[in-house]
Write a protein that binds this ligand. Sequence first.
Ligand code: NAD
Length: 508
Amino acid sequence: MNLQMLFKELQLNADSPGSSDGATWIPTPNNSSISSINPATGQALGKIQTTNNETYEKIIVQSQKAFLSWREVPAPKRALLIRELSELLRQHKTALSTLVSLEMGKSLQEGLGEVQEMIDMADFAIGQARMLYGLSMHSERERHRMLEQWHPLGIVGVISAFNFPVAVWAWNAFLAVICGNTVIWKPSAKTPFCAVAVQQLCLEASRRCQIQHIFSLIVSDEIAFAENFVDDSRIPLISFTGSTPIGRMVGTRVQNRFGKVILELGGNNAIIVDETANLKLAIPAIVFGAMGTAGQRCTTTRRLFLHKNIAQTVCDNLIAAYQQIRIGDPLDPSHLMGPLIDQNAVDQFEQAILIAQQAGGQILFGGKKITQPGFYVEPTLIRAKNEWEIVQKETFAPILYIMEFDHIEEAIAQQNAVPQGLSAAIFTQTLAHSELFLSATGSDCGIANVNIGTSGAEIGGAFGGEKETGGGREAGSDAWKLYMRRQTCTINWSNQLLLAQGIQFNYS
Ligand code: NAD
């Protein structure tokens, strides 16, 4: 599909408005605009008009107003909007996936996977709309009934990262909307076309359902603009996905105004391979985990702990696998790895390699940028030590640090000995090792896998991590509760006023 056909199918222009109130687009031609860059070539795909303060005000007022009636629509009926959207996503899956690859740089297979994740999330949310269950409790007082119910919050603000330019929004938006909220999305300024394309589908789905102002979009690359959004007390919940330093600041600011916040931040994920592991499972899982999306997943495998008896064999296998990986244009199906997002990411990669080498790291494979148009680097394997400062950090690039261990307890302790707590995995055929890893004294991460790598979660489970990963949970399980407020209700259907704990308060 050429660019012209792609833009036509997704109704994009080379100079597209980036602001929408969920009923229409609001052009801001005299405002500044941002260029969207294809990381495979370094060339601009087009421009997006950014949102100014006046347009932002209009959008937020419309969104607030729409919430007042949307919250009264029964949840299963709200789900009809998501059903329309899921139909449109199915219809335009190839085009949207191609745009994700083009603008973000992940392989088309991974682009297709990302849009499939949106579709899965839509199906999940449609079912969830009939299951916003509250509990009922037995009151300690006669002829009293206690129950717990869930109500919508209002506007949910979604701030998303560049590396999952459409799926992260879907995790949040679909649950938020079936829960009775409206959504305002501020995507990454590095992937604005993906957001505009999704918003086109939202507008079409809204038209079909004769509903307005549920999904809104704002685009900006200005820090002050993003911070105003975070500080806006008209937004009861901010769901932020991005780096730990920015997430720390966002979390503090939102909590300072007593807003709710969901934080999905950086990871520093590790795989343990013990002496009994099935290497036919472990090797491809490590390769995909470390270099999939060019190492730009929050769940990317960044650290590898190998039992000393199999360490050499695993390293030899990894080097052989790395030699076979073809790198280049992500839209060419023979390429399994595409570019990094921009020059800054290439610089960070080179700096990390230098620091690791200065610390004594031994490069087993890669380590260099690739000199060609676009932002390409070599996937890299480095023998390292877990305690090195550079290993403790998330560098958003395909660098895998390799360490050895003698005992499983030592490997688990090392795996946990980083500030982040997103995803961890063990490859083993030993039941006791697997159980230890999953026990309370095992992995401290939000996601812990056995004989499966660290990346590529299904939407059915709650996704998120501990420690500096922020503690948020999104997608499946009971993550919907974060988009609602809980209300505990006690109903007295007796003729007496009985006080809890048997307190007597007789004043006559
Ligand atoms: P980033 O922190 O640079 O940007 C994330 C978002 O924050 C963008 O929309 C950006 O415009 C916005 N932003 C920037 N400054 C802001 C400010 N002062 N106030 C409010 N918003 C601001 O992250 P990135 O480079 O786009 O994404 C990569 C990072 O995201 C990695 O650390 C990765 O691990 C993390 N991530 C985490 C998850 C997860 O679920 N845990 C998922 C995807 C990405």
